[in-house]
Write a protein of this length. Structure first.
Length: 115
């Protein structure tokens, strides 16, 4: 299993970014995918999760209405569209999948929101 995130960077408050996570090594369309983030000095937290069919997304209250998770099962990729970013969104963002009681993480991509 391999998860490779991309799309992070530096953005000004109020700006937008779209993260991508390219998955391989498993049948992507069978599994729910999640995004987590970890800010400096804080625990890793769930940002959102999307079912294998791309319906019924779940979002943390802190990002609800600003972030959108989507997926393309043909491309084995899950996305995180982040709008109205604020400095509190600064973190390393991780892609995650749980398969047969095993947890798999990507290497993370840094998102920094600063003027």
């Amino acid at each position: 299993v391999q998860l490779v995130e991309s799309g992070g960077g530096l953005v000004q408050p109020g700006g937008s970014l779209r993260l991508s996570c390219a998955a391989s090594g498993f049948t992507f369309s069978r599994y729910a995918m999640s995004w987590y983030r970890q800010a400096p000095g804080k625990e890793r937290e769930l940002v959102g999760m999307l079912s294998n069919l791309g319906i019924n997304p779940f979002y943390a209250n802190t990002v609800k209405g600003r972030f959108t998770i989507s997926r393309d099962n043909a491309l084995n990729t899950v996305y995180l569209q982040m709008n109205s970013l604020n400095p509190e969104d600064t973190a390393v963002y991780y892609c995650y999948v749980r398969i047969s009681s095993y947890n798999y993480w990507g290497q993370g991509t840094q998102v920094t929101v600063s003027s």
